[in-house]
Design a binder for this molecule. Structure first.
Ligand SMILES: *[C@@H]1O[C@H](CO)[C@@H](O)[C@H](O)[C@H]1NC(C)=O
Ligand SMILES: *[C@@H]1O[C@H](CO)[C@@H](O)[C@H](O)[C@H]1NC(C)=O
Ligand SMILES: *[C@@H]1O[C@H](CO)[C@@H](O)[C@H](O)[C@H]1NC(C)=O
Length: 256
């Protein structure tokens, strides 16, 4: 309405102006009245157009507002979705950290266990005495048939052969009792070859021939006592007095 009033005010101002100069300035119009009339008509049409335009603007503004609200809503939804994602991310990261420290602990325990097992020398130890055959021939394996202990089951009292259950550094000792003025020559045989030997010859009374050997074995390597020569090995007195005149073969794992 304000604009309409303004248009009428303008119209009157122009028609007043036209009353003095209109005739010479606007020759196309028949009269000042016609000119004013047409101007008024144009202005009213313009007013109507402007009203329409304003209505459209208001509509567009409304659309823009609802669009903006929609965008705001979307953004809020996105924000809350992002928050959820972020929470899930933090949670899984925490889970992962917890899992990692648990796993680290388990690995550490395992390492300690392995260290203990690796660092511990297994108990492989045997001692056998009393020869099966007191008059063995040269090259014969001496079988010590009375087994006092055999941890790790490496020694076989039927064959007289020790088989290394694990690889490592072993100590072996052997002691053979010669009868009075007899002779004994023997070897500690490792895996088929002489590794050490003991001998007794031209002596008086009961005497021991002894040998020992420190040797590094692979699992499955074999050690035995083999006779080279003897006129008699004695077990005499063993049964009545366990502390005297016993022949012995011992072995122990020192280090893996
Ligand atoms: C985190 O760990 C808990 C408990 O094990 C589990 O319930 C949850 O689903 C895990 N979260 C993720 C994101 O992996
Ligand atoms: C011990 O030696 C005997 C005779 O050689 C053999 O028959 C037996 O299988 C061996 N025992 C073991 C457990 O190796
Ligand atoms: C023992 O003999 C086996 C088979 O011949 C061989 O593989 C191994 O290296 C030998 N061990 C030693 C300590 O000589």
């Amino acid at each position: 309405m304000q604009r309409a009033c303004a248009v009428f005010a303008l119209l009157f101002a122009m028609s007043a102006n036209g009353a003095t100069q209109g005739g010479s300035l606007e020759p196309r119009y028949n009269s000042e009245f016609t000119y004013d009339e047409q101007l008024l008509e144009k202005m009213i049409r313009m007013e109507v157009e402007m009203d329409k335009w304003e209505t459209r603007m208001i509509e567009q503004l409304g659309q823009l507002t609802s669009l903006r609200e929609h965008i705001d809503h979307l953004m809020k939804t996105e924000d809350s979705r992002l928050e959820l994602i972020q929470e899930a991310y933090v949670e899984s990261r925490n889970n992962l950290t917890a899992l990692q420290s648990r796993t680290d602990g388990q690995v550490q325990q395992l390492i300690e266990k392995i260290k203990k097992e690796v660092g511990t020398t297994p108990n492989i130890l045997f001692k056998a005495r009393r020869v099966k055959n007191e008059t063995p021939s040269s090259g014969e394996i001496i079988v010590f048939e009375d087994v006092l202990y055999n941890h790790g089951s490496g020694y076989n009292s039927s064959s007289g052969v020790f088989t290394a259950p694990v690889g490592g550094t072993f100590l072996f000792t052997a002691r053979l009792l010669s009868q009075s003025s007899g002779s004994v020559f023997f070897e500690i045989n490792v895996n088929g070859s002489m590794n050490s030997n003991g001998a007794l010859y031209g002596h008086q009374g009961w005497s021991y021939a002894s040998a020992d050997s420190v040797v590094r074995l692979l699992p499955g390597d074999q050690v035995c006592i083999k006779l080279l020569y003897s006129n008699e090995i004695s077990n005499g007195g063993l049964l009545s007095d366990i502390n005297s005149k016993s022949n012995e073969f011992t072995g122990v794992l020192l280090h893996v």
